[in-house]
Design a protein around this ligand. Structure first.
Ligand SMILES: Cc1ncc(COP(=O)(O)O)c(C=O)c1O
Length: 374
């Protein structure tokens, strides 16, 4: 499809090309110097003690659960209005999820009140997701976690560079998990990062991401270790040097690109303010990452028809998200769940194009198409 305005686009230039070429010419392609540099720079950027680059965020979420000892018999409270990976990562460990509702149509993040309602004797952790790059109510969530002795895992796939009360998202809880999938604010194709301030978690993750081995190929190549032991059942969740090199360049652009996303969001909000369209997250809390631009269609507008119309104007849209508890697999394993706010918002939600290289004219084109399609 030849979109006039696509949903997302990469901000890649000569710097990304040069970074990958440099790796190719170095002839060391698996986890090595670029990965170490990416991890160090990412940890510094966030003010976190440890950062581990992985090949995607789903792995980061899985390792976060494992490193915190979550498994069979445990429950993790999560939102349903998120990408399915948030829930899947918990299920991989043998634990079960408990879905909590969102705050409402004004704020699509998880409700602290409903988190508290979902706590059971089996609850071990709360996994929040900073929807669209907008911070969850972390102060309240942290108080709940402390009161009930629960871990906090942040699915920070949407929010690299965002903060709340001057604390970077991803460092509020025990573990923060980032995605560098190609439509994300920091994009490398497939990639992820796990960050933590906890030394015990870091030690576990270091081993689990590479087969439970006590040393890496890179260590052996550098002559630091000539052999290894396998001390637990680990995985191959490693990233490669090309993607780490892309990550370093993209990290340099992240703050200014998030600022561009904010500008575009402002322009959208102004232009759409009197159209009857619902605009969540108007009351900004903290410093968001503006990953996506979600809107809520007015009651009575048929979403499928609206998206078709937008397509005729060659404007790409998406949906964030079909709630997880409504998917067949989850209906079978978690029957009878109803989340009033999540369902009400999800059925009217449409995501409009947002990416840092988008021009003011692009925004105006989208807005005209929206007005004509309503
Ligand atoms: C909220 C959320 N969580 C987790 C993921 C999984 O990320 P990855 O594709 O890097 O595994 C995504 C990616 O789309 C996401 O949007």
């Amino acid at each position: 499809m030849d979109w006039k305005v696509p949903l997302a686009d990469l901000d890649f230039g000569k710097e990304e090309e040069a970074a990958v070429l440099k790796v190719l010419r170095s002839r060391w392609l698996t986890m090595g110097e670029s990965t170490q540099e990416f991890e160090n720079k990412f940890a510094t950027f966030l003010g976190a003690k440890h950062a581990f680059a992985l090949s995607n965020a789903t792995e980061a979420l899985h390792l976060a659960c494992l490193a915190l000892g979550i498994g069979v018999g445990d429950e993790v409270i999560i939102p349903s209005l998120t990408f399915v990976a948030t829930a899947n990562a918990v299920l991989y460990t043998g634990a079960r999820v408990r879905f909590a509702d969102i705050l409402g149509v004004h704020d699509l993040t998880i409700s602290p009140q409903d988190i508290e309602n979902q706590i059971s004797p089996q609850t071990k952790a709360i996994m929040v997701m900073h929807y669209g790059g907008f911070p969850c109510q972390m102060q309240a969530i942290k108080e709940i976690a402390q009161k009930h002795d629960l871990y906090i895992i942040e699915d920070n796939a949407h929010a690299p560079g965002a903060s709340l009360n001057e604390i970077m998202l991803g460092t509020w809880g025990d573990v923060g998990c980032f995605s560098f999938f190609s439509n994300k604010n920091l994009a490398v194709g497939e990639g992820g990062m796990l960050v933590t301030n906890r030394d015990d978690v870091a030690e576990k993750v270091r081993r689990l991401r590479s087969h439970g081995m006590t040393s890496l190929t890179w260590d052996r190549h550098k002559g630091h270790a000539y052999s290894y032991d396998v001390v637990e059942l680990g995985y191959n969740y490693r990233i490669d040097e090309m993607r780490s090199a892309l990550g370093i360049v993209q990290l340099q652009k992240l703050t200014s690109n998030n600022a561009k996303r904010e500008q575009i969001t402002r322009r959208y909000r102004q232009a759409l303010s009197n159209t009857g369209i619902g605009l969540p997250f108007c009351d900004v809390i903290g410093k968001p990452a503006y990953h996506i631009f979600p809107v809520l269609l007015p009651e009575g507008v048929d979403r499928k028809l609206f998206i078709e119309k937008m397509k005729e104007y060659r404007i790409q849209t998406s949906i964030h998200y079909p709630p997880i508890h409504t998917f067949q697999y989850y209906r079978q394993h978690y029957p009878g769940i109803s989340l009033a706010m999540t369902e009400a918002a999800a059925k009217q939600e449409v995501t409009l194009p947002l990416f840092p290289t988008m021009s003011a004219e692009d925004v105006d084109l989208v807005v005209s198409a929206v007005c004509a399609s309503l």
